[in-house]
Design a protein around this ligand. Structure first.
Ligand code: HEM
Length: 498
C-alpha cells in the first residue's frame, strides 16, 4: 500500500527533479551575453558602429585585413546591427554546416519587399516557403538533371563562339547573352532573340536596380532608418522610391510573362523540355496548388536573378586570367589539341581526360570569387563558438575572399595557378587532386542548407564555355595603332556579383 502511494509520488518528484535539473542545465548551456564576450573586432563608434573601418567598395578586403589583428571570427557593428564575419573555411564549416539549424536564416532586407522581389529564394526567410523552393530546385537542378542539359550548354557555347568570331570587341555582351540564352532555355524552353530580347532586357534592368538597392550599406541604412521607406518619391533624396516602383513592375513581368508562355506552350503542345514545364507536369497533388504555382514562378524567376550575373562575371574572370597568364592558356590548348585533336570541338565525354582545363575552372572560382562575401546568413538562436557569444539575429558573412587567399591552404594565393589543383602521379601525367564534383562543394557556392542550388548547372555551363573558347580562339591583348599591346587593368565593378 505504502509503496503504491509512494511510487507515483517518487515518480512525480523524480520527473519534477529531472525537469528542474534539465531546465537549469539548459539555462546554463544557453549562452548569455553577460558571461561571454562577442568575438574580437574593431571598437565601434556610438551609433555609426564600424562603418568607417570598412572599405565600402571592397568590404571583403577590409575584413581580410582585420583577420590579421582579430582572428578567424570577427564582430562588427554597423548602424546598430550585429555582424559576424567568418574568415576561415573550418570555422565556416563548423557554423554554417555543422550548426546549420541555427545559421540558415537570412537577415531582413527591407528593400526586398519595397522593390517587389520578396518572391526570390535567395533572401527568403528560413521557413516553409523556402523549404518548398528548395524542393523544387532539388527536383530540377540536382546533379543528374544538369546532365540532361549538357547538349544545350554545348549548343549555346558554339553560338557564343560564332558571336565572338563575328565581333570579338563585344565579348562582354556575348558572355551575358550566352548565360541568358541558357537560363531562358533551361528554365522556360524560351529561345532568346540574339539582340534586344524584351524579357532579357526586363531582367537585366531589374538586376541593375537591385544591385544598388540590396547593397549592404543600403540595407544597413534602411534598417537603421525604417521611416525612409515611408518618404514620398518626390522628396529630395528619395529617388530610390521611383526605382522601387519601376522594380516592382519589372518583378511582376519577370514572374508572370515567361511562366504564362510555358503554360500556353503546354496547352498548344509546343512546349520544349524545361524546368517549368517539368514542374508543371509533376504537380504534387498533396500540396496546395496556388502555393505550388507561386513557388514555381518564384524559383524560375530566381534562376535568372541568381544565376546570370554570377555566371557571366565568372566568364569575365576567365578572359582576364587568360590575358594575364598566356602560358596557362597555351598549356590548356596543348592539352585540348592532344586529347580532342583539331577536327572537332570538345564534348562532355572529353571532360575527364582534360584535367588541366578542369583546374582552370577551379582556379577561376578561387582566384576572383564573384560573390566574395557570400550571401549573408542570419542566426535564428543565440550561440557560442570558440568561447564567444554570437547573438540571435546577427548577420553572418562568409568571407570567401579571405578563405581563397588563405596562404595555409594556397601558396602564393594572388597568382592564378591552375596546377595547384593537380596531384603528382608516378608516371608524370596530369591528375586532378580532387574529384571534379568537389569544386561544387567549395566555399565559393556557400555552405550548409543554403548552399547554391545552381552549382551543378553553373559547373556544366561554365565548363562548356571555357573549353569551347580555348579550343577555338587565342585570347590576347588588343593592340594600339602602333601595334603595341594595350595593358589590362584588373578592375571590378560591384553588382549582385562582382
Ligand atoms: C558562378 C556561378 C555562381 C556562384 C559563384 C554562386 C554563388 C552562390 C552563393 C555564394 C550563394 C549563397 C550560399 C549561402 O548562402 O551559403 C548562392 C545562393 C544561391 N544561388 Fe548561386 N551561384 C552561382 C550560380 C547560380 C546559378 C546558375 C543559379 C541558378 C539556379 C543559382 C541559384 C542560387 C540560389 C537560388 C541561391 C539561394 C539559395 C538559398 O538561399 O537557399 N546560382 N549562390
Amino acid at each position: 500500500m505504502l509503496s503504491s502511494v509512494l511510487l507515483p509520488c517518487l515518480t512525480f518528484c523524480g520527473a519534477f527533479t529531472l525537469t528542474f535539473a534539465l531546465s537549469k542545465l539548459a539555462q546554463l548551456r544557453r549562452p548569455t551575453r553577460a558571461k561571454l564576450p562577442y568575438p574580437p573586432g574593431p571598437t565601434p563608434l556610438p551609433f555609426l558602429g564600424n562603418v568607417l573601418d570598412i572599405d565600402r567598395a571592397q568590404p571583403w578586403v577590409s575584413y581580410t585585413e582585420m583577420q590579421k589583428k582579430y582572428g578567424d571570427i570577427i564582430y562588427t557593428k554597423l548602424l546598430g546591427s550585429d555582424y559576424i564575419i567568418v574568415n576561415t573555411y573550418d570555422a565556416a564549416k563548423a557554423l554554417l554546416e555543422q550548426r546549420s539549424s541555427v545559421y540558415s536564416d537570412r537577415p531582413v532586407f527591407p528593400a526586398n519587399k519595397l522593390f517587389g522581389i520578396d518572391f526570390n529564394t535567395v533572401l527568403q526567410p528560413y521557413g516553409d516557403t523556402w523549404r518548398l523552393h528548395r524542393k523544387l530546385f532539388h527536383h530540377s537542378l540536382r546533379g543528374e538533371t544538369a546532365i540532361r542539359y549538357q547538349n544545350l550548354y554545348l549548343e549555346k557555347a558554339h553560338g557564343l563562339l560564332a558571336n565572338l568570331l563575328d565581333a570579338p570587341e563585344g565579348f562582354e555582351g556575348h558572355f551575358r547573352g550566352f548565360v541568358a540564352s541558357i537560363v531562358m532555355a533551361q528554365t522556360y524552353g524560351y529561345e532568346t532573340q540574339p539582340r534586344n530580347d524584351p524579357l532579357v532586357g526586363a531582367v537585366d534592368m531589374l538586376i541593375r536596380l537591385l544591385a544598388v538597392a540590396l547593397s549592404p550599406e543600403r540595407m544597413a541604412i534602411f534598417k537603421a532608418f525604417p521611416a525612409l521607406e515611408k518618404l514620398p518619391s518626390w522628396f529630395p533624396g528619395a529617388g530610390f522610391k521611383r526605382d522601387a516602383v519601376l522594380a516592382r513592375g519589372l518583378a511582376k513581368q519577370v514572374n508572370d510573362v515567361p511562366f504564362e508562355f510555358v503554360k500556353r506552350s503546354l496547352a498548344e503542345n509546343t512546349a520544349r523540355p524545361s524546368m517549368v514545364s517539368d514542374l508543371l507536369s509533376s504537380f504534387d497533388e498533396s500540396e496546395d496548388n496556388n502555393a505550388q504555382e507561386r513557388a514555381m514562378k518564384a524559383t524560375a524567376a530566381t534562376v535568372f536573378i541568381a544565376g546570370s550575373e554570377t555566371s557571366s562575371s565568372t566568364l569575365h574572370v576567365f578572359a582576364l586570367a587568360m590575358l594575364r597568364y598566356p602560358e596557362v592558356q597555351k598549356r590548356a590548348q596543348a592539352e585540348i589539341d592532344s586529347v580532342v585533336g583539331r577536327d572537332r570541338l570538345p564534348t562532355f565525354e572529353d571532360r575527364e581526360t582534360l584535367p588541366y582545363v578542369e583546374c582552370i575552372w577551379r582556379e577561376l572560382l578561387r582566384w576572383h570569387p564573384v560573390v566574395p562575401l557570400g550571401i549573408p546568413h542570419a542566426t535564428s538562436a543565440d550561440d557560442v563558438y570558440g568561447g564567444y557569444y554570437i547573438p540571435k539575429g546577427a548577420t553572418v558573412m562568409m568571407n570567401v575572399w579571405a578563405m581563397t587567399r588563405d596562404d595555409r591552404r594556397y601558396a602564393n594565393p594572388e597568382i592564378f595557378d591552375p596546377s595547384r589543383h593537380l596531384a603528382p602521379t608516378p608516371d608524370g601525367s596530369d591528375k586532378l587532386a580532387l574529384k571534379p564534383e568537389s569544386v561544387t562543394n567549395d566555399p565559393i557556392f556557400g555552405m550548409g542548407r543554403r548552399i547554391c542550388p545552381g552549382r551543378y548547372m553553373s559547373d556544366a555551363l561554365m565548363w562548356a564555355a571555357i573549353v569551347s573558347i580555348l579550343a577555338a580562339f587565342r585570347i590576347e591583348k588588343a593592340t594600339d595603332r602602333s601595334g603595341r599591346e594595350i595593358e589590362v587593368e584588373e578592375k571590378f565593378t560591384p553588382g549582385l556579383a562582382m
